[in-house]
Design a protein around this ligand. Structure first.
Ligand SMILES: *Cc1c(COP(=O)(O)O)cnc(C)c1O
Length: 479
């Protein structure tokens, strides 16, 4: 048989090409400020990605050239300092390099006896330390907080209904489980209830106070009402940093209620949980250390390249009971490669898993917790600066208090909703700055979420200048 490997016949040629590719990415990151944040995509670029399946081999240099010209300029731009849309991390050169090493190693982190799994366990141990969780706590890298929230609901579900629910299904039981979150909670919580077979209607969305935190009295009342009506309350979600306004629920009060009512206490800390790294934010997260589970992302405030979500569960036994399953081909041994049980695949739905832990390990080793915490604190200071500038500008108004790093505001104008929606689109199309939008108390809001470590005061000044300019043009245009 002829040898049929996909490795190159000439390693020196691919080495040279590889160095060019690496240099191009360093150039991209070094000079990212000279580029627009985002730009509209020409139709002919879109068409390039609608070709039939390539049958014949192509040239690596040509594919890379297409990447540089047709892909790289047309991403959403979250590595750019002017990006303030949604809640996206900026990534780092260190994370990029680690991702390359992980791809070269091509480790499958489902399990087995290998140091890559120990690297994941090392990050888990660091997270136990950061969140003051006990040594028996378990944890797992997942795609993102959406998956982490789902895992938490599934662990709580089998803890409440018994492991039988895993083969009998929820329909076999007569308990109607209900969960609680604030109206500001992320949509992935309702989706998790749906996927878990409990139904999104079984998630009670409670009103918020003026700080956009869950109203604790409304929570107590809702639990009592549900119990009277024959429902089984099981799950309270506190949010550490809501997507709309960056509000942090009063986690200590929620922990008290969960304890008294004997309910599972979950914290959705997608970006806010890593506020633990910043000295001035950590005290505001008090109560999180009492959670039964915490979902968060390293790819947001942790600046690790996508994707790197994490779920931390206080009781590792409960966590494992919700997912572990016997399969002959996954048999464990005391020695050899099949040692080292339990494996990561015993704690979630994925069997094959990438080495997300490596880019996270590199990020924590190279920057260190303090430097990362400083970047988080800076993004909050920048948000406060932006809020101050909005408050002194007669044409602008703040629509929600600034709790962390998210600023919701608008241009004052009759027909404000339509005008501000137009401003957001023009900002994005200008390439100057890229906020996104949301609705605050029924009003359209321009929403700037400062997550990227590259964002500086000058980027906010550019956002303000462009907002005033487009606002004046749009408001006058429609009057
Ligand atoms: C981003 C976010 C999520 C979803 O996380 P993904 O990583 O995008 O899946 C959930 N909750 C909150 C509060 C978020 O900010």
């Amino acid at each position: 048989m002829p040898q049929d490997t996909l490795d190159p016949p000439d390693w020196s040629a691919i080495r040279e090409q590889g160095h060019r590719m690496l240099d191009d990415m360093f150039d991209y990151l070094e000079h990212i400020r000279e580029r627009p944040v985002w730009q509209p995509i020409p139709q002919q670029t879109r068409e390039l990605f609608r070709e039939p399946l390539p049958r014949e081999p192509g040239d690596l240099a040509a594919a890379h050239d297409t990447f540089m010209r047709e892909i790289l300029p047309f991403s959403v731009g979250n590595a750019h300092p002017g990006f303030m849309g949604w809640v996206h991390g900026g990534g780092t050169p260190v994370g990029m390099l680690a991702e390359m090493l992980a791809a070269g190693l091509n480790a499958n982190l489902g399990g087995r006896d290998q140091i890559p799994v120990e690297v994941e366990r090392q990050v888990l141990q660091w997270m136990r330390e950061l969140f003051h969780f006990p040594p028996s706590a378990s944890g797992l890298f997942v795609t993102g907080t959406s998956m982490a929230n789902l895992i938490s609901v599934l662990v709580a579900r089998s803890t409440w209904l018994g492991a039988d629910v895993r083969h009998l299904g929820v329909a076999a039981g007569d308990k109607k489980l209900v969960a609680y979150a604030s109206a500001g909670a992320h949509g992935s919580i309702a989706q998790a209830m749906d996927i878990a077979g409990l139904g999104s209607d079984a998630l009670r969305l409670l009103p918020v106070n003026k700080q956009y935190q869950m109203d604790a009295d409304a929570l107590r009342q809702a639990i009592a009402t549900d119990r009277e009506a024959g429902f089984t309350p099981f799950f309270i979600v506190g949010t550490a940093g809501t997507v709309d306004t960056g509000a942090i629920d009063d986690l200590a009060v929620l922990a008290d209620i969960a304890q008294r009512q004997q309910l599972w206490f979950h914290v959705d800390g997608a970006y806010g949980a890593l506020g633990m790294l910043a000295a001035d934010i950590a005290p505001r997260l008090q109560g999180m250390e009492r959670a039964d589970s915490i979902a968060f992302d390293f790819h947001k405030w942790g600046q690790v390249p996508y994707d790197a979500g994490f779920i931390l569960v206080r009781d590792g036994t409960q966590h494992q009971a919700a997912f572990a399953s016997p399969a002959a081909y996954l048999k464990r041994e005391a020695r050899g490669m099949a040692a080292g049980s339990p494996w990561p695949c015993d704690f979630g739905p994925d069997l094959s898993r990438g080495f997300r832990a490596l880019k996270t390990w590199f990020t924590l080793k190279v920057y260190g917790a303090e430097r990362l915490g400083q970047a988080i604190a800076t993004s909050c200071a920048l948000a406060r600066y932006l809020a101050q500038q909005i408050e002194v500008a007669a044409e602008l108004e703040l629509l929600a208090p600034v709790s962390l790093n998210i600023v919701c505001f608008r241009y004052r104008c009759a027909d404000a909703d339509r005008v501000n929606a137009e401003i957001v689109v023009r900002l994005q199309e200008s390439g100057i700055a890229a906020p996104s939008s949301t609705t605050i108390d029924g009003n359209f809001a321009i929403r700037a979420a400062i997550v990227n470590h590259r964002t500086a005061q000058a980027d906010l000044d550019a956002l303000l200048r462009a907002t005033l300019q487009f606002g004046a043009a749009c408001c006058q245009g429609q009057a």
